[in-house]
Design a protein around this ligand. Structure first.
Ligand code: RAM
Length: 386
């Protein structure tokens, strides 16, 4: 028995020696990652070899030229701050942010908080001021307070928060790391001038702007861009009569639209670059039986403007996807807040289903960076749906 065992053992030893001699050389397997450690940020660059020791929880910035991909599962409490609550476009942006929040499996909170429309400036500043003390890691702001919000945004930054704007930037960029621009702001001016020309025809006509609030950075920039566009001889027959403000409140906007009609009897178009203002102006013209004489156009939601487009009160208007804007904003903010990106010019990142984006200098402001989303959709009775 013992001799048989010894024979078997020696045969096995010879066999294993033979096998070792024939096998190709292989590098030893990397030690497995620590169980609590999230996978490193993916990039188009080859990943660095895994270290046997624990890796920091925060993802590493991508190598230059790489496309940074988010590491899911990082716990980051984030705040989505609209200009005010009760506006469908902001609810849509929140839907997009929630989609990204679920996709990135963030175990932290995503809070959608905002002031009421009549207290937007003070309310927004208060929310930004209080955000760091509530333990939030990042805040995403659609700014309705002009440069007045800058000091509170800067304080949030100084307290270590990530501050990203979307929809409406901080004009001076104080405290703001990156602005997610829904469309190019200069192009918005051209789109509005083109819609005015198309509605009024080659002979042109007189029109007025019904804006949101005087502190709304996005509307102010779009109006400035439209005024610049109007200097092109192509628009020589268009005359801009006035700019008035309905403060993104329906009743106020409705009354401002009626006031324009009485002040300018020869006005033929109200251009409202606000989803609240455009509906209010269209309703005011319809209620007064004026849709044949005074058209309404601007920026608004197809779901809210379908009837007015079909009955000729709003022959043409434009918008972009607010769901996508919320989704893209969330991805960018998560990447910066998790340490995967610094928020610097030239950084490229993957935004899930929306693809790859790059941080660039914002060409429409003196200071500030932006990520450009786009595109515009222009609607008329041929393509508007409910
Ligand atoms: C209103 C808001 C928002 C703007 C849209 C077009 O809902 O002012 O900031 O982007 O209109």
């Amino acid at each position: 028995m013992r001799t048989r065992m010894l024979k078997l053992l020696s045969i096995l030893t010879v066999l294993s020696m033979l096998l070792a001699a024939c096998a190709p050389a292989v590098t030893p397997a990397q030690p497995p990652a620590a169980p609590t450690q999230p996978p490193a940020a993916e990039a188009t660059q080859p990943p660095a070899a895994a270290e046997p020791t624990a890796v920091p929880v925060e993802a590493e910035p991508a190598p230059a030229g790489g496309v940074v991909k988010a590491t899911p599962g990082q716990a980051l409490d984030m705040i989505l701050l609209p200009k005010f609550v009760g506006n469908r476009v902001f609810d849509e942006a929140n839907d997009g942010a929630k989609e990204a929040h679920a996709e990135l499996q963030n175990p932290g909170k995503l809070d959608f908080v905002g002031p009421t429309a009549d207290n937007s400036v003070a309310g927004q500043i208060e929310i930004v001021t209080n955000a760091p003390t509530q333990g939030a890691k990042a805040i995403m702001i659609s700014n309705n307070a002009g440069d007045q919000i800058g000091p509170s945004a800067q304080a949030a930054r100084d307290a270590g928060m990530t501050v990203v704007t979307w929809d409406s930037p901080i004009p001076s960029a104080q405290g703001e790391q990156v602005f997610v621009a829904q469309v190019d702001f200069d192009e918005t001016g051209v789109v509005m001038a083109d819609m005015a020309l198309e509605i009024l025809g080659a002979d042109g006509g007189k029109f007025a702007v019904l804006s949101a609030s005087p502190d709304a950075a996005n509307q102010n920039a779009w109006i400035a861009a439209m005024k610049e566009a109007l200097e092109d001889p192509k628009y020589a027959n268009l005359e801009l009569l006035d700019v008035v403000y309905g403060n993104d409140q329906s009743e106020d906007s409705y009354n401002q639209a009626l006031a324009l009609v009485s002040k300018y009897p020869d006005m033929e178009l109200i251009m409202a670059p606000t989803s609240i203002g455009i509906v209010a102006a269209a309703k005011a013209m319809q209620d007064e039986g004026l849709c044949d004489k005074v058209k309404t156009s601007g920026l608004g939601l197809p779901s809210e403007l379908y009837d007015y487009t079909m009955n000729g009160c709003v022959p043409e208007f434009a918008l972009w996807s607010f769901v996508d804007l919320g989704y893209l904003t969330y991805y960018l903010t998560y990447l910066i807040a998790s340490g995967a990106m610094k928020g610097e010019v030239g950084e490229r990142f993957n935004a899930g289903r929306m693809g790859t984006y790059t941080i660039e200098k914002d060409p429409t402001r003196d200071n500030g960076l932006r990520v450009l989303m786009g595109p515009f959709s222009v609607y008329n009775k041929d393509n508007v749906t409910q």
